[in-house]
Design a binder for this molecule. Structure first.
Ligand SMILES: *Cc1c(COP(=O)(O)O)cnc(C)c1O
Length: 429
């Protein structure tokens, strides 16, 4: 595969941006090598600057559930741009996107649009602390909630990939407000509550974990989180930045039937442009300025281009049969991996929820961070590069999700299954 132009660009980028990238996992640190610089995407396919074509299972890390350059989204953005790109004043479009979100997620009675998932979780935690009047929060080992200071503790893929368990630059005193429990282990949560009586404002959790690879909640786990937060006077925050509009139209909260107090959204709700949102019970959201004493703002919040893309995307997702189709494609992807693993005698554990999945190089079930961390990352790196060379673009880390979009065809999945078999075959030991 010729990557000469990418190599040239990467060399220049390394001088201008840390690691040559604007987000760490893009640098291929976990798998080695040069990241192809992408030039164009159409449907389920992307092309790099050297003209190599790939079937894409990264989907921009989750947002592109309709695929690249979906014509309806593109048209919405073009039309919006022609009417002005930003006002810093209320627009009807913001209301439309908010209505699409609250209709799909009834637990959100009142909400705010922001510009990233990081802003959403940071703001939701602030509202929770303000409403409950306590300062500690509980998060889970291997869950990632963006890069706000207090949430960069045991935060899964990006940090695990780079061997930074807790980011430097976060004051110890501040990190001490974050308590870490084990995913799918309710007793670890109960212990933290017992040791911090009347100090915990909220639990924040990925109801389907996506940042240690896909790890679904064990039956009863989310229900138990709901119960303990109620019993202890704390709030339950679902970080649905990945799972929202991915695992179903009603998110993980709809899929598992557990209602959080606050929900964080991002990725899909922007249709590929920068949008995040947080919201929940009106009583809590009324803490936000200008109604309440808790400050949160944004110059580009509710940006007309981003919101137009989000409206187009969520409108498409509201059509009948969409999630059935996504699930069927997810099943095909999973089968492709499983049959390739069987054919080559490779031990692989596949976790999948709808159209999001991870194939772990591991022999036993993956239910939490310690089990995920036991997967064979060197093997994954070889597998990754072999797929990339054959035109299949997957996440450059074992601890990430693969995503299927509505633009993937059965032929794309057959093609990928074939290449996966070759990749597993070539590195059999
Ligand atoms: C991606 C992600 C975030 C952060 O969103 P950004 O838009 O990257 O800031 C937060 N939570 C979860 C679960 C995510 O997957």
């Amino acid at each position: 595969m010729n990557l000469s132009r990418s190599e040239e660009l990467f060399e220049k980028s390394l001088k201008l941006m840390p690691g040559g990238v604007n987000s760490p996992v893009r640098s291929f640190g976990a798998v080695g090598g040069i990241p192809p610089f992408l030039a164009r995407g159409q449907g389920a396919h992307v092309w790099d600057v050297d003209g190599n074509e790939y079937v894409d299972f990264l989907g921009s890390w989750g947002p592109l559930i309709l695929g690249h350059a979906n014509p309806i989204v593109v048209e919405a953005v073009q039309k919006a741009a022609a009417d002005g790109t930003s006002f810093g004043a209320p627009t009807e479009k913001e209301l439309q996107l908010a209505e699409l979100i609250t209709n799909a997620l009834p637990s959100i009675e009142m909400m705010r649009l922001v510009s990233s998932g990081t802003e959403a979780t940071m703001s939701a935690v602030r509202m929770a602390r303000s409403y409950v009047g306590r300062s500690k929060i509980i998060k889970f080992n291997g869950n990632y909630h963006g890069h706000a200071d207090g949430l960069l503790v045991k935060a899964g893929s990006g940090l695990a990939t780079h061997g930074v368990p807790t980011s430097a630059g976060v004051p110890q005193s501040y990190a001490a407000e974050t308590l870490v429990a084990e995913y799918n282990d309710i007793s670890s949560v109960l212990e933290l509550f017992a040791a911090n009586i009347n100090q915990v404002a909220a639990i924040i959790v990925e109801p389907v974990a996506g940042n240690m690879g896909i790890v679904p909640p064990n039956p009863g786990f989310l229900e138990a989180l709901r119960k303990v937060t109620r019993d202890e006077g704390a709030l339950l925050i679902f970080d649905e930045v990945i799972s929202g509009f991915r695992v179903g139209l009603h998110g993980a909260q709809g899929l598992y039937g557990v209602t959080p107090d606050l929900t964080c959204l991002g990725k899909i709700i922007g249709g590929g442009l920068p949008v995040g949102a947080y919201g929940g019970r009106e009583e809590i959201m009324r803490m936000a300025a200008p109604l309440g004493p808790t400050y949160q703002a944004g110059t580009l919040s509710g940006n007309p281009l981003a919101v137009s893309a989000g409206i187009a995307c969520l409108t498409e997702l509201g059509r009948p049969g969409i999630y059935e189709r996504l699930d069927a494609l997810g099943v095909l992807a999973e089968q492709g991996v499983r049959s390739a693993a069987d054919a080559t005698g490779t031990q692989v554990t596949v976790n999948r929820v709808g159209s999001a999945f991870t194939a772990f190089f591991a022999q036993s079930p993956i239910r939490d961070w310690s089990e995920a961390a036991g997967a064979d990352t060197e093997r994954y790196a070889r597998y990754f590069h072999c797929l990339l060379e054959q035109g299949v673009y997957t996440a450059p880390s074992q601890f990430e999700a693969g995503f299927v979009s509505l633009a993937h065809t059965d032929a794309d999945l057959d093609f990928a299954a074939d290449k996966i078999r070759v990749a597993l075959e070539s590195q059999r030991d």
